[in-house]
Design a protein around this ligand. Structure first.
Ligand code: ZN
Length: 252
């Protein structure tokens, strides 16, 4: 079994793709692109806060009482720009073909390994390229269906697995929010490895027929390849029912 990642090192790699000199990327119909454009969040109309009732009795409506959960305090969300066959800016696709291949391979492996947990086994990758950095989506697991793993690893098995330390990332702009996500994936990876080492069995309470009753030692770890995406300098944004979404910043 490979060693857990060095989280401090990983955090330093987030959204800092390198340069590589491999063969240029071949066309791949499974690879699409979209430009990064930010628009005002529709939920909070760009203010970053939404109204809500106060805790008073009787409760009173207060404008901008709560942080907007769709965009955080950011107020802007990525626009649903059209999918393109070619990157809107060449960016890393010319500078780092090996890193892009590594990130795509890792991302497909991660999603394939999540299939027993009910995550759709998609292999289309949509890259959001260049432009302003967007706030990472709120979900911290690759897909809402994978939430079942958080419950298992951090609640049901908390006694068996013991305390799995956090890696604290100081908040310093948007890149640090992505780094926090990478550190969380590294923590999931550690928890998974412990569960596999202890050969814990997925209990019947987990409604996932392809995983229930199996030993964690026999199920493939989806978080190790997820870390490979961050380590290559790219960001895992999201997996939806029809595509995996990655973020590629423009090379420095
Ligand atoms: Zn908002």
């Amino acid at each position: 079994m490979d060693e857990p990642v060095d989280v401090a090192w990983l955090v330093g790699r987030v959204l800092r793709p390198g340069r590589s000199s491999g063969a240029p990327l071949a066309d791949d119909p499974r690879r699409r692109f979209r430009a990064t454009e930010l628009v005002a969040c529709r939920t909070c109309r760009g203010s970053g806060a939404v109204g809500g009732y106060t805790g008073d009795d009787p409760p009173e409506w207060e404008e901008e009482a709560w942080t907007c959960t769709d965009c955080g305090t950011y107020g802007r969300v990525p626009a649903d720009t059209p999918l393109l066959d070619r990157p809107p800016v060449p960016g890393p696709f010319e500078a780092d073909p090996d890193g892009v291949r590594q990130a795509e391979e890792a991302t497909r492996t991660a999603v394939r390994r999540l299939a027993p947990w009910g995550v759709p086994a998609v292999d289309r990758v949509v890259w959001r390229v260049g432009g302003p950095l967007l706030r990472p989506v709120k979900a911290t697991l690759p897909h809402p269906r994978a939430e079942v793993l958080r419950r298992l690893l951090f609640r049901e098995w908390s006694d068996e697995l013991g305390r799995i330390p956090h890696h604290y990332v100081p908040l310093d702009g948007l890149t640090s929010l992505f780094a926090t996500r990478a550190a969380w994936h590294a923590r999931l990876d550690r928890a998974w490895r412990r569960a596999a080492d202890r050969a814990l069995t997925v209990p019947a309470s987990v409604d996932r027929p392809d995983a229930t009753g199996r030993s964690m030692a026999d199920l493939p770890n989806p978080f190790a390849p997820l870390i490979g995406i961050w380590a290559a300098g790219y960001a895992f944004a999201d997996a939806t029912d029809d595509a995996i979404h990655l973020v590629a910043p423009e090379p420095a």
